[in-house]
Structures are given as C-alpha cells and as structure tokens.
Design a binder for this molecule. Structure first.
Ligand SMILES: NC(=O)C1=CN([C@@H]2O[C@H](COP(=O)(O)OP(=O)(O)OC[C@H]3O[C@@H](n4cnc5c(N)ncnc54)[C@H](O)[C@@H]3O)[C@@H](O)[C@H]2O)C=CC1
Ligand SMILES: O=CC(=O)O
Length: 282
C-alpha cells in the first residue's frame, strides 16, 4: 500500500526487459511512484500488464544516447582484441605456451581497415568516430542514406560486406533486420573478414556464423550479444580468433549514471509538459 506522501508523487509505468534490473530504482523512487509490471507479472507472461495496456500508451522515455559511448568503446575493444589477439595472447602467456612454443603468431593492424557499419544510429556513429581516428575507412548501411554523413552508404548489407574488411553490427533488431547478416553476407565479407556484434544476437545468423568460424572461413569475431542469451554456442569456446563478452557493453557505473540523469530529466519534462530529451513511439 502506498503511503499518502507516495500517492502525491507522479506515477510512472516502467517498461524494461526482464533481465535489466536498473540499479538506481530506489533513487527514482524518491521523485516518482514506479509501477513496474515485472514486479506484478512473471517474466514471459503473455498477458502482462504492459501488453494489456500498451495500446493506450503513446509516449515513453528511451535510453537515447546515454549508452552509446560505452557500447562503442566495447565494440572497438572487441575489434582490437580480435585483430591483435589480446585475449589469445593472455591465454598464451598464462597457459605457459610462450615458454614451450616460443613466439606468438602475428596479429593484424587496425589502421587502414575498411569498416562497414550496419546501422549508423547513435551507437554506430560513436563507433565510426572512434575508428576513423584509428585510421579506418568507414562506410555504412542503413535504410536510407543520411545526408549529413560523409561516409559512403550501401543500400544493402551484401554490398557493404563486399567492400569491407570488418562488419560492425549495431542496428535495431526488427522483423526486417533479423538475420540481416546472413551466410551470403558473411561469405561475401571473405576469409579475411571480421565480424563484431554489439547490437542483438539475432541480427546475425548465428548457426552459420559458428560454422564459418569453425571452418576458418572468417578471420574472427567479437561478440557481446547472442541469439539465446545466456547460452553461447559451445563451438566458439575453443576458437582463439573469437572474443566473447556477456552482453556487458553498457555495464559501467558511468553509463547507469547517464541513464539515470536522462530518465529523471525526461520524466520531469513529461510531468511539466515540456518536450522529452528522448522519445519512443509505441
Ligand atoms: N550490447 C549492448 O549492451 C547494447 C546494445 N544495443 C543495441 O544496439 C541497437 C542500436 O542502438 P542505437 O544506436 O542506440 O539505436 P538507434 O535507433 O540510434 O540506431 C539504430 C540504427 O539502426 C538502423 N536500422 C534500422 N533498421 C534498419 C535496417 N532495416 N537496415 C539497416 N539499418 C537499420 C537505423 O537506421 C538506425 O540508424 C539497439 O537497438 C540495441 O538492440 C543498445 C544498447 C546496448
Ligand atoms: O543493455 C542494453 C541493451 O539494449 O542491450
């Protein structure tokens, strides 16, 4: 039961993925009364509060750009790790292989690589900015050419892959983008090709990706997201050219501070009839 003082706070309906427990919930509760359907409905419920009421919900605050710099940092870290074999080198030293086998295999230079970004949104733009400063040559695919962007645009991912050494996948997952990185796209990237995914697992045909990596038909992959998290295909565990992270691109306290600031600003704007800083239309 809410107390009389709590009743006076603005009521906020929370819409979040079941695996996202925002650590600043208690601080938001000092300004707002939170109605979190996941506290009421079990995860996966087909008749959840949100699905029953979503038709009547028109506007909500989104994460906006709060996550983007940290996600972009991790994408670049995964790419450098795959190319320069950072994690593999660590395993080599720790496993005593340096003493036993001698020199470690050569890695590959980042500068000069042609990087194709699938989805030049908020995260993709941050990735482009970082990789450009490393001397990479950027191009991108999105539904439409972005007039203010200087990089070459490819209208499909296949053509982007043909003209890239690296594909960085960071577009939104929709029915249209599910498996947008198909077997054909990966084959067209070629044997020297590297794939980085910080978007969603299902943007890539994961079974085909695994097969291509196992058969040595790609140079490597850096993956933060997977089709059936937290289950990761076991075949990837023994591949030295694959770097895996547990969907943690946003997992920094700074990121959550930025998110808290944005959510609070959005909610305060909403309750004073001012424009939101970031909006989702349902
Ligand atoms: N690994 C992680 O921890 C995180 C992953 N993400 C994922 O990254 C995605 C992108 O995030 P933002 O850049 O912030 O979103 P955004 O909305 O700024 O950008 C999404 C981009 O996807 C593009 N896109 C949509 N449909 C497309 C299509 N059919 N073909 C090509 N491009 C298409 C849009 O043009 C847009 O440029 C999110 O939807 C989310 O799934 C987001 C945050 C953290
Ligand atoms: O962690 C956030 C996400 O969208 O992924």
């Amino acid at each position: 039961m809410a107390t009389v003082e709590e009743e006076e706070l603005p009521l906020v309906l929370v819409h979040r993925p079941p695996n996202f427990n925002f650590p600043f919930k208690h601080r938001l509760q000092t300004h707002f009364r939170l109605l979190d359907p996941l506290d009421l409905d079990p995860p996966g419920s087909t008749n959840s509060f949100f699905s029953r009421h979503s038709a009547s919900i028109r506007t909500s605050a989104a994460a906006g750009k709060a996550f983007s710099p940290d996600v972009a940092d991790l994408a670049v870290a995964l790419l450098i790790d795959v190319l320069r074999r950072v994690s593999a080198g660590f395993r080599y030293v720790r496993g005593g292989l340096w003493t036993r086998n001698g020199e470690f295999p050569l890695g590959f230079k980042l500068g000069g690589k042609r990087v194709g970004i699938v989805g030049l949104g908020s995260i993709g733009s941050e990735i482009a900015k970082r990789l450009e400063s490393f001397g990479c040559v950027i191009s991108y695919n999105s539904r439409r050419k972005k007039p203010s962007v200087p990089f070459p645009w490819y209208k499909n991912v296949y053509d982007l892959a043909v003209n890239s050494d690296v594909l960085v996948v960071c577009c939104a997952l929709t029915e249209e983008t599910r498996h947008i990185v198909s077997k054909d796209v990966m084959i067209s990237l070629g044997k020297e090709g590297v794939i980085i995914n910080v978007g969603r697992g299902a943007l890539i045909d994961e079974k085909e990706l695994v097969q291509l990596l196992v058969r040595g038909e790609l140079r490597g992959a850096g993956l933060d997201v997977f089709e059936n998290e937290p289950d990761v295909p076991q075949e990837l565990f023994s591949l030295d050219n694959v770097v895996l992270s547990p969907h943690c691109a946003v997992a920094t306290p700074e990121c959550f501070d930025a998110l808290e600031e944005l959510i609070t600003a959005n909610l305060k704007a909403f309750f004073s009839n001012k424009p939101l800083q970031s909006v989702v239309e349902f």
